[in-house]
Structures are given as structure tokens and as C-alpha cells.
Design a protein around this ligand. Sequence first.
Ligand code: AMP
Ligand code: MG
Length: 404
Amino acid sequence: MLPIERGLEIVMSAAKAKERPDRMPAEPVALLDSLHRILREDVLSDADSPRFDKAIRDGFAVRFEDLSQVPVELVVVGESRAGAGADVVVGQGQCCEIMTGAPLPQGANAVVMVEHTDRPAPDKVLIRKTARENEGLLRRGAEARKGERILESGRKIGLADLGLLAGAGKSTVLVSKKPRVAVIATGDELVNVDEIPQAGQIRNSNTYTICAQLREAGAEPVILGIGRDNLEDLRGKIGRGLEHDLLLVSGGVSMGKYDLVEAVFAEFGIEVLFDKIAMKPGKPTVFGHRGETFVFGLPGNPISTMVAFHMFVRPLILSLLKASNTSSEILEAKLEGSAKCDPERAALVPALVRFEAGHYRIKTAPWKGSSDLVGLARANALIMIPRRAGSLEAGDTAQFLLME
Ligand code: AMP
Ligand code: MG
């Protein structure tokens, strides 16, 4: 059985090997639609930021040298407001009323907050506090210089990035086109979400968790419905699925008599690069490719499918999207209770992490195995225990991935 790390290497190098400039091209989208997409251009600041020496307090623009002895009375020679500066030069003993965001008038080198002043007369102000040079203001270009790279291609566009893009005048943004991913759930026992299961039947939930994970990863799911456990039906659906960038088939990849997915993969000439991973849950994970299409057979059990997606499919999608970061962050927390690991397989244990009494603490979620979505829904993380690491005990540091 292949360790997780080796499986991931195989997936990522298969993605690299098929990389071509015209695969997963970039497309322009409206600024607001760019959130969480992968940026495909370097964004440069189109001007110094701020564009001018600017007040960051409401108060009075002064020469800090005039405030060596306070309180001191200064003559108010003008007003600089946001959107309209003051055409004055602040000389010795003078100041200029100023608002946040307004240009600093010539001669001034600090801004004193209005809270530290009194106004004995319209043209006089009493300053009660000294100031350091450049206090209360931001010099031109302090945040970024004109032409400086403020966002790098490959970045996942975050909340603050939208403001930065707006500030740089980018009303449209180049992002990676979403890969189209065919999703097939297999099983004779499955019925649709809006049907009442009869004896022995269950509702198809994998299609929904997989599609949600696809959207979260930045791909476009294409639902091909439920494939029945017979060769004809699977051939039809898998054949159609192979017309997409990626095909995900859930179920039918274990050792059962009616697990026919791998046989159909072989019929279609899909080159399988692995079909078992030393992890629990998620052992019967199949990965291969045919022509331009990547293919996964994901284990049917709802938790196994989600975990296998998180470990292998998500990084592949991010790689197709040309994201600079394709891996999930590994975090650490102190374990409460214990967590067990099978010696032959790495464990990925649904767990609940929370912040309490100054520390992140994690404990395994009460779950009844690979089909227990009730348990997984109460978890927000997966504890990772390496193969042969034995078990973790209370107080140990546990590594985990967030999965919400
Ligand atoms: P399989 O890998 O096809 O043997 O499926 C393993 C287990 O997962 C069985 O209990 C299936 O009923 C269940 N399962 C398979 N596909 C789905 C699905 N789409 N939604 C919910 N459960 C499923
Ligand atoms: Mg099945």
C-alpha cells in the first residue's frame, strides 16, 4: 500500500506532466466575482499609495518643531479636507485644520489630533500635546510605490485583496478558468435526495459533499447522476465523464462482487497510477488518467470519500488552477483524550478543535466509522497520525487539518 505522501507526489507529478499553457486558461471576471478565485496576473500598483502625504487623524497639521513647549497657541491659516487640499504653506507658529484622508499642506510635518487641542478663537488653536515628526500622517508611497507588485499571480484572492484590487483600478481581474469536473455516484442502493428510500436503499449524499468540496476548491461540478452497479450503465456514465477535465466516481472501488468501477476504467484505457492508499479512512482510492482527463475512483463511504477528496483531489484541482499553494495548512493542538492509529495505515480522525483557556485544544469527534456523517458534521478538523506512529495520548501534540 502506498503512503499518503507518495500518492500525493504521484498526483502532483501527473498534473505537472500534463501542464500546457492553454490548459486551464485565464479568464477575465468582474472584480466582485474574483473572490476566492486564483489570480492569473501580477497586479502592480498604478500609483504611489497613498498618492500624496495624507492625514490619518482629524486635527491640525503643524510643524512638530513648534510644539517643543506645550501648551502652545498657533494661528490657523487654512483648512485641508478630504478631496480638496489647502493652498497654504504652514509657517512657523502656524497650523492648518485638517481631516482624515486630506492632503498635508506644505510646510507641515505632523498632525495633532483634535482631541489634544482647544479652539479659543476661529483663527487660533491651543495645542496641549507635543508631536513627533510624521506623527498622524502617512507619507506618499508608504504603503506601495507606483509599479510595485502588490499581488502575485497564483494567489487565492482573499477579502482584503478585493479592496487592494479596487484601489489599483482593477474593475476586471484575470483568474483561472474553473476546471469542469464530472461527478458520478455509483450504487444500486442509491436514490435521489428527493426520494423516499425503500428497504435496503439510502439517499445519495456523496454527490452533494463532493460537489460542495469541488466548489470550495474552485472547480465547476457537472453532475452525471447515479451509476448503477452494472457494466452497461457504468460504461455510459464513465464514457461521458471522460469528456471533462476531471472525473470523480464514488463507490464501487472496493473488493465486493459488484464493485465494477475499476474494470470499466480498464476498458476505457484509463491508466491507473494507484488504487490503494495506506490511510484510514480512504484506503480504496483510485487515481489515473486518460488523455487530458484525470480520474479518481473515490471510496463509497461518505467520510472516506470526503477525506480522500481533501487529501488528493483538492491539491490536484489547485494545481490545475495554477495556485501557488496547493496544500492544506497543517496545524497543531494539544490532544484531549486519546486517538488510535492502525499500524499499517495513517489515520485521519474527525476531530473538534476549539480555543479554550488560552490554547487550541483538539479531541476526536464521537463517530461510528466511515459512514457516520452525523459524527463528521460535529467535527471541524482531521487529526493526522502517521503510519506506525502508534496511538496519541492525552496531552500529546496532535497535527491536524481544518475541514469545515
Ligand atoms: P461501496 O464502495 O460502493 O461498496 O460503498 C461503500 C459504502 O458507502 C456502502 O455502504 C454504500 O452504501 C455507501 N455509499 C456508496 N455511495 C454512496 C453515496 N453516493 N451516498 C451515500 N452513501 C454511499
Ligand atoms: Mg457500491
